[in-house]
Write a protein of this length. Sequence first.
Lengths: 448, 178
Amino acid sequence: MTVSSRTLAGLVRADSVHRSVYTDPAIFELEMQRIYGQAWIYVGHESQVPTTGDYHTTRLGDQDVVMVRAADGRVHVLYNRCPHKGAQVVADGDGCTGKFFRCPYHAWTFKLDGSHLAAPLKDGLAGTCYDPVRPDFSMRRLARVDSYRGFVFASQAADGPDLVTFLGGVASSIDNLCDRSPQGEVEVAGGVFRVLQPANWKIFYENLHDTMHARVTHESSVVAAREQSRQLGELPFELLIMTGNGEPYEFWEKLELRAYRNGHGYMEGIFDPAAATRDPVSRAHFEVLAGVHGEDRARAILGMNRHNTIIYGSGSPHTVFQQFRVIRPLSVDRTLVEIQVFRLVGAPPAVFERALIYANLINSPSSIVMPDDVEVYRRCQQGNRARGGDWVSQHRYLGKDKALDDGMVSINGTSELPMRNQFAAWRAYMLCGEHPREYDEEATHAAA
Amino acid sequence: MRLLDRDFDVSVAAVAGAEHSEPTLRSVEHFLFHEARLLDERRFDEWLALWVDDGRYWVPRFPGQTDPFEQISLFWEDKVLREARVRRLEHARAWSQQPPTRSSRMLGNIGIEGLDAAGHLVVRSVFHLTEWRHAQRHLAGTVFHKLATTEVGGWKIVLKRVDLVNCDDMFGNLEVFI
C-alpha cells in the first residue's frame, strides 16, 4: 500500500506530527526508500576493516550490506548478495574474506570491489549473455560511498549532495571526536553493543535532544546514584555520569541546541569541562594534546563540550566520551542500536577506560539509566496506537528559535527545535522534493 | 580507576586441585541454590550480602573474553554498582520495572574445578533462566563462581562470571542480575 504525497504532507505540521508516522507500516516502507534509500547513512568506521579482505556487515535501512577493505586500501560498500542465486555472500558479522569473495553456494567469486572474478565450468555459460564485465554478474556496489575522517557513509542514490555538504554543521562533531586524539585519529575498540528498542526509530532521535525528560524519566537512576554517592562519601566517574540527568530545569534551560539541515544537530554538553580538567584523566589527556598542538589549541579541543550529536538517519556520536550510537530501523516498531566505542589513538589509556565505563554503564543493554528511556519509547509506541488523539505535540518554544547562517539555535535549552527540525527533514525526504520547502521557510512558518 | 582495577584476578582457571569431599560439594550446591532463590524472589539485599566487599560481577560480551579492561562487558560491577542497581530496581519510579522483571532459574552440572591463585574455590555450573516482563525471554549459559570461605564456615562470592550462550547477540534491556 502506498501513501499519497498529499497525505504525507499533512502528517507534519509546524507544531505537531500525526501519530501514524510512528505506527503505520506503509509509512515505514516509504521511509526505507525515501530516507534510507537516499540519504548518506553511516556504515562503519575504517578501523573496523584494517587490512585487505577484512569485512564488516550491517544494515542500511532495509538492506544488508558489507563494508570491505580492498588491496589498494580503498573501502567498498556492497549489497550482501550473490548475483547468481541471491544468496548472502558473507555471514553476518565481521571477518576476513582474503583476496576475494567466494559465494558458499556455487563458488562464484568476486573481487573486493564486488566485480566478477570467475564462475566454475564457464563453458556451460557459453552462448548466453554471461560476461564478467556486465554488472549483472557482479556484487552490486552502493551508488555512492565516501569517508569523512575514517567514518564511512554510503548513499543508495546516484545523485544528491556530497557527504560534506550533507553533514553540514555536524561535521564539526566528527572533527572534534578525532581531534581529541593527539594524532587526529580514532579507532573502534573494545567491541560493539547491540541493543533492541521496541519502538519506532524516530522516537529515539527525538529523545536524544529532549532535555525536558531527563529528570523525570531518569528519577530512579539519579536517586540511586546520589544515594550511593552519599553512602560512599564521594562521586566517582561511574556515579557522576548517572547523576547528570538529575539537574534542575534551570540547568537544561540554559543549554544550547543547534539544528542544521537534513535533521542534524547537537546539544551542548552536560558535564562541566572545567571540572573535567581537575580530574587526573582529563589533565593527562590535556597534557598530551598540548604537547602536540600547544595549550590554546588543546584547551579549544577539550573545551568543545557537546553531549549528543545527531546525524539524522545514522545516529548519535558522543564526542566527549567517544561513542557512536548507530540507529538501525528494523521495522515500524523495532529499532536496533549499535553502540561503538572509540579509542583516541595516542591518548592516555585511562581516556579509553573512561569511554569503556561510559559504554558499559550508559549505553549497554544492562545500563541502569537507559531502561527507563526504552520504557517510555515503548509506551509512546503503544500509546500512539490508541484512538486517544491523533497529534504529537512539538509546541515548546515554537517560533522563538533563532536563525543562523548555517541553521538554527534555541533561545532556551528546552525548546523542541530538534524535533521540529527532524520532521522538517523527514517531510522533505518523504515528499521527494515534490513540494520542496526550504529549511528557514519551515521555521518562518513555524513562527506564524 | 578502581572499577577497572587490573590487579583483580578475573581468571576462572583452577591452578591447584581442591578437596573433593562430599560435604564441600553439598555446601557449595546449597550456596548456589540459595543464591538463585534470592534472585528469583528479588531478595536483593540478602543477595548483596553474599559478596565479599571487593567482589566483582561479570557478564562478558564475547565468548572466551579474557578481561573486562580492554573490551566492553554486558555487566562489570563492583559493590558500588551492584548496590546502585538494587537501589534503582526498588525505586518507586523505576518506570521500566512496571511491571517488575520476574525470573526463574534452574541450575545444574555443579562441579568444583579447583582453587585459583589466591586459594578461592572455583565452581562451575550451568543455568537456564526464564525472565518475564511484557514478554518471556530465555537466557542460558555457564557460570563460574569464585568463592571464599567465611569465618563462620559459609561462602562468599569473590567473582561471578556468567557466560551467556548468546553473549554477542542483540539484547533488549538486561535489568536484573543473571
